[in-house]
Design a protein. Structure first.
Lengths: 383, 324
């Protein structure tokens, strides 16, 4: 009797644990699946980001949170990426409708057969830096030869090689060290010059404590090479669409313009309200501390604004420079990113221009004439 | 006559079992002694944790700042605060809020909630792995030709790297929509977890189902027991000692699979996600990155412990289980 009662209690406990666990996971699953709301007229749209939710994508989250997508008749699901989800692959496979990705990476995919079009060049400038210690003697790309150069790999490394190719340097002399998610390898001396985005990893350095002084590292502790100032600069965050659907699917064309209009409004909001935009991003699941998040939104704004031709317009000169860099770049093992010019369908200003035209007269600052970055003070650990 | 055979069949294994387990039952120590031993087990476990913390701090204190490098390879880690935060810093960090933001929860709570999410997904994956694994084992046990045909593929399935597998599962999943049922992202993760979990279960269950002696099978035949009766009365009880370690392995695999798949597919809410999220903050806040690691360790223990509970329920059948 006692025996079977104990067994019953165990079974009961197990069942309870299982129920709890399932409730936990169904609760978390509901959040993303809540897309088929009451308003049936909204067009469902899936947007694939290239990393976790963070200030780099503040404009999209702002457009979502403030209802700009809904105003345009869209029900947008923003899908963060993880380690192995490649945005342009997800788009080419038809899993999503639009994707955010760097231009050189997608150029590689296009040469492999993907049929994609850059419909809006959100980032007008490259935000990639190569950071070394102030006393390292690495002041320019010309000093890279023979050094341990950090990069994240996965297509993030091509600016390094494009810049080296321009200087006539032999890329096989550098040792490429794969960086992980933080700057510890650089801080501990395993890397001579580490790759850093202005909006993320550079801030990680400035919010880390210098063990010698106990204070945070200061900008003067580092040499910073900005690829934007080199021939290696490449276009980064762009919105990509499916070329074939753009050409044949009228509904997709309309959705594209509506989507771009909402995105433009979202980024204008982020430019004018960086604090609020960073809070929206945190609420959307970004795990950064408030000061790091605000820094990220502010630095991202600097990469977007001003956009003299209107936000998202692809500057042909910058595109050509990116293609030239991608053609010239040879990596440390002698491989190339692309071997021929991408097709003319790889970019188009048609849709973003239409979106800008439709927004004309709404009193929006579409070129960022009045954009003023703010000053952000980073706290230790980004908190 | 027929009825008589039925009863005989029902009774036979029970008798056999009673015979075998009787001596074991008699040699069991009295209840109080067992309680004392259980306490001792916990104390030893605790002592182990304290010992690890001590080794950590002693090495941090005495070890060279740059670690120990032999022939260009670092065999012992650096002892800087960046690489090895103090034990008390890591523990203290757990009690502090995740970020300075007003809505931030304490770090430990965030980790516990994430770990529960992952546990739920891993449990779902483990259950699927259990059903698939035992199903495959049944088919392979029933038909020798199925064993020859399936077993190599089952082994081969485990050589597919997760990094190649995860995006494909996610991509397929995003297309599944049957009526009101829509494939959720967590299901992709659970599927990947089940993919890792079913392997030890299938192999263990097959070994267990094949384990009864020929003499026992023949005894069942003399009782005129059919396939199902033999299965329920003989093979399943005999498989338990093989199945339990396999289930424990499967549970550990499911947890690892769920965490890796979360990272891989970018699923929000689980421990895999905060693992990479906080890893990105490890330069400015080294102690924080260790939180999810501890969470993942506890998660694995809880998963394996849940299977131990199963063992309690099935303890009558565990006469011959090897320690695993």
């Amino acid at each position: 009797m006692n025996h079977s009662r104990r067994r019953l209690a165990t079974v009961g406990g197990l069942a309870l644990a299982a129920t709890l666990a399932f409730t936990a996971c169904s609760a978390s699953g509901d959040g993303s699946g809540d897309t088929n709301g009451a308003e049936g007229e909204l067009t469902p749209v899936k947007l694939q980001l290239q990393w976790l939710p963070q200030g780099q994508f503040a404009g999209y989250f702002a457009a979502q949170e403030l209802g700009y997508f809904e105003e345009e008749g869209l029900d947008v699901e923003i899908i963060p990426s993880g380690g192995d989800i490649v945005p342009q692959d997800a788009l080419a496979n038809g899993d999503v409708d639009y994707a955010i990705a760097w231009v050189p990476k997608v150029l590689g995919s296009i040469e492999q057969g993907a049929n994609l079009t850059d419909i809006a060049q959100i980032f007008q400038r490259s935000g990639t830096l190569q950071v070394s210690w102030a006393d390292s003697g690495i002041d320019s790309v010309a000093d890279f030869e023979g050094k341990k150069i950090g990069s994240w790999g996965f297509g993030n490394e091509w600016e390094i090689f494009a810049a080296m190719a321009e200087e006539g340097l032999d890329s096989t002399t550098v040792q490429i060290i794969t960086q992980d998610f933080n700057m510890n390898a650089f801080l501990q001396g395993d890397i001579d010059a580490a790759q850093a985005m202005t909006y993320n990893e550079y801030a990680q350095l400035l919010e880390s404590a210098n063990p010698d002084t106990g204070e945070l590292y200061q900008p003067e502790d580092f040499n910073v090479i900005s690829y934007e100032d080199t021939a290696g600069a490449m276009l980064q965050d762009a919105i990509w669409a499916d070329t074939e659907r753009l050409e044949t699917d009228e509904e997709y064309q309309e959705t594209t313009v509506a989507f771009l209009k909402a995105v433009i409004k979202g980024w204008i909001y982020a430019a004018e309200n960086p604090e609020e935009a960073s809070e929206i991003t945190i609420a959307a699941g970004s795990g950064w501390g408030p000061s790091h998040e605000l820094w990220m939104v502010n630095e991202t704004n600097k990469l977007i604004w001003p956009s003299p031709d209107g936000i998202g317009i692809i500057d042909e000169a910058a595109w050509d420079k990116t293609v030239a860099g991608a053609l010239a770049a040879v990596n440390e093992s002698g491989a190339r990113l692309i071997t021929e010019e991408p097709p003319a369908t790889a970019w188009s200003n048609e849709w973003i221009q239409q979106a800008l035209d439709e927004l004309e007269g709404e009193g929006l600052d579409l070129t960022g004439e009045g954009f003023e970055p703010i000053d952000v003070t980073l706290e230790e650990g980004g908190n | 006559m027929r009825e008589q055979t039925e009863t005989a069949v029902t009774d036979a294994p029970d008798v056999a079992m009673r015979d075998a387990s009787a001596p074991a039952r008699d040699t069991r120590p009295p209840r109080r002694a067992r309680g004392g031993r259980r306490l001792a087990t916990w104390l030893w476990g605790l002592a182990g944790i304290v010992a690890i913390a001590l080794i950590w701090e002693v090495y941090k204190l005495l070890g060279p700042a740059d670690g120990v490098v032999i022939g260009g390879a670092r065999v012992l880690p650096r002892t800087t605060d960046l690489a090895m935060p103090h034990v008390w810093d890591m523990a203290g960090r757990l009690a502090e809020p995740v970020t300075r933001s007003a809505s931030a929860q304490p770090l430990w709570l965030v980790i516990v909630l994430a770990a529960l999410t992952t546990l739920g997904i891993a449990a779902a994956g483990w259950l699927v792995g259990l059903v698939v694994g035992v199903g495959l084992a049944l088919v392979m046990q029933r038909w020798r030709i199925a064993e020859w045909g399936l077993l190599p593929w089952i082994v081969l399935s485990q050589t597919v790297p997760l990094i190649a597998f995860a995006p494909v599962v996610k991509s397929w999943g995003s297309r599944v929509e049957i009526g009101a049922f829509e494939w959720q992202d967590w299901m992709s993760v659970a599927l990947i977890a089940s993919y890792l979990a079913f392997f030890p279960i299938a192999v263990g269950a097959l070994k267990g189902l094949q384990s009864p002696d020929v003499i026992h099978e023949e005894l069942m035949q003399t009782y005129a027991a059919g396939y199902w009766q033999t299965l329920v009365k003989l093979r399943f009880p005999a498989a338990v000692p093989y199945l339990l370690p396999a289930l424990r392995l499967g549970a550990a695999n499911a947890v690892v699979g769920a965490v890796v798949a979360e990272v891989s597919t970018g699923l929000q809410g689980g421990i895999g996600r905060i693992l990479i999220q906080f890893a990105g903050q490890a330069s400015g806040d080294p102690a924080k990155a260790w939180g999810p690691i501890f969470g993942a360790v506890v998660l694995g223990l809880v998963a394996a412990g849940s299977v131990a509970l199963l063992g309690v329920i099935l303890k009558n059948y565990r006469r011959t289980e090897e320690a695993a």
